[in-house]
Structures are given as C-alpha cells and as structure tokens.
Design a protein around this ligand. Structure first.
Ligand code: AMP
Length: 193
C-alpha cells in the first residue's frame, strides 16, 4: 500500500495533480471536498450541515469530518487496498492525528505528503478562473478570501507538522503543469524506495 496526502492552499492544483498521480501510481482518490459536495447535491443531512460551512468558506468541524472519512474508509475496503491519495484531508493537526490512527487500524500509514506551494496572487487568479467553469459556489472573491485566511490559520501549520516527521515534500506549484508533475514524480519515487 502507498498512501499519499496532497497538500496545499485552495487553488494550489491538488485536484489537477491528483488526477495525474492516480494514473501513474494506480491510487484511489479521496477528495473530502468532493465527498461533501456529493452529499450536498443529494440533499442528505450531512450535505445540509456541510453546505452551511462550505458556503461561508469555513471548515467542517474536525469531529464530524473525521467521522465522515472513517466511514468512507470502512465503506470502500476494496478501492483503498492498493493505496490512497488524500486530497483536502487533513486540514488541521487533529485531523492529521486522526488520519494516522485510522490508517494504523488498516495496518498502514501516510508514506508521503506532497505540498504544492503556490504564490498567493496565482491562487486567487486560479480560483476565480475555476469558479467561471466549475460553477463551484465557494469560488467567489469573498469566500476565496475567507478560505485563504482559514488555510493560513488552521491548515498551513501541517507543513511544519509533516516536515518534523520527515514526510513533507515541497513542490513548486507555480507554472507549467508537466514540470510540476515531473517534480512530484521524482519526490514520490524517492519516497517509495
Ligand atoms: P476542497 O474541495 O478541498 O477545496 O473543499 C471545499 C470545502 O469543503 C472546504 O472549503 C471546506 O469547507 C470543506 N472541506 C473539505 N475537506 C475538509 C476537511 N478535511 N476539513 C474540513 N472541511 C473540509
């Protein structure tokens, strides 16, 4: 099993690069944002709660988010067998600790954290552009600002957390998509050895 966390600010290209990583390494993609958006689209109880946070650019509370992920892993034993790429999780230190515990229960661990590091101006530009195509309700200037504030306050500390564990691989996420992916592949191939 080979488990990766793809990490970075909103708009850093986690979804785009995840697609390439999945193809190359045959991993199962878990995007907690997509799991939540699916619940919102289906109008579930969780979807209603999630929407009230997502539309304000806030994080879903840790306890709930951890339960959602634990449930997802329990429900998809076959899909996660070869390894998982976690996209959008963890977003806080308690979530990172919970992820280690959850993976331990499945007799595995996080093997590498790929951190996409992108300049702030570029992040905003990409999210506004994405909002035009995807129609994502949280890709509007006001919510984008809030999401970046939340990222700096709650999520960015995970960089030091995973660096301390020797798991963090910094990737320059600005510029050409092929070059970014080549850098990711070089880091992951080293981490797999
Ligand atoms: P994303 O698609 O990863 O950008 O996530 C969109 C939104 O879903 C975020 O702005 C949060 O409101 C919520 N969300 C996704 N993943 C998490 C998480 N791990 N913890 C808390 N909230 C999350």
């Amino acid at each position: 099993m080979f488990n990766i966390v793809i990490f970075g600010a909103p708009g850093s290209g986690k979804g785009t690069q995840s697609e390439r990583i999945i193809k190359e390494y045959g991993l199962h993609h878990i995007s907690t944002g997509e799991v939540l958006r699916d619940h919102i689209a289906r109008g579930t109880e969780l979807g209603k709660i999630a929407d009230s946070y997502i539309s304000k650019g806030q994080l879903i509370p840790d306890e709930l988010m951890i339960r959602v992920l634990a449930h997802y892993l329990e429900e998809h034993p076959e899909e996660i067998k070869e390894g998982v790429i976690f996209d959008g999780f963890p977003r806080t230190i308690p979530q990172a600790e919970a992820l280690s515990e959850l993976l331990e229960r499945h007799n595995t661990k996080v093997h590498a954290v790929v951190g996409l590091e992108v300049d702030e101006e570029e992040l905003v530009r990409r999210m506004i552009l994405r909002g035009k195509d995807s129609g994502r309700a949280d890709d509007n200037p006001e919510t984008i600002k809030k999401r970046l504030d939340v990222y700096h306050k709650s999520t960015a500390p995970l960089r030091d957390y995973y660096t301390g564990k020797g798991q963090y691989h910094a990737i320059d996420g600005n510029g050409d998509l092929d070059r970014i992916f080549a850098d990711i592949r070089a880091s992951l191939d080293k981490a797999r050895m």
